[in-house]
Design a protein around this ligand. Sequence first.
Ligand code: ZN
Length: 97
Amino acid sequence: MCMSTRNQNLAQFQYQRLRKHRRRSIPIATYVPLVCDREGCGIALRVKAVRPASATELDVCNEVAKWKLHDLFCPAGHPILEPKIQPEWEKLVREKK
Ligand SMILES: [Zn+2]
């Protein structure tokens, strides 16, 4: 498949998705606080995750383990190699009814 056909198909797919969601909902953004592995640091980098309005914070929470991170650093400059959610935030989300 040539690139322009692929791009057309992609554009069409995105347009159809947009039409499907337009009447019902607008996307929402969840800011997920990720932390580095450095002991005693815990300063979170808030990563923006844009999802359909039907997605809950818990849905986002549950997918974070599968994220592939590229060159992320906590605000103190330590690398964040694995997606680790700030424990306090994760606890709040998971306990929310
Ligand atoms: Zn850090």
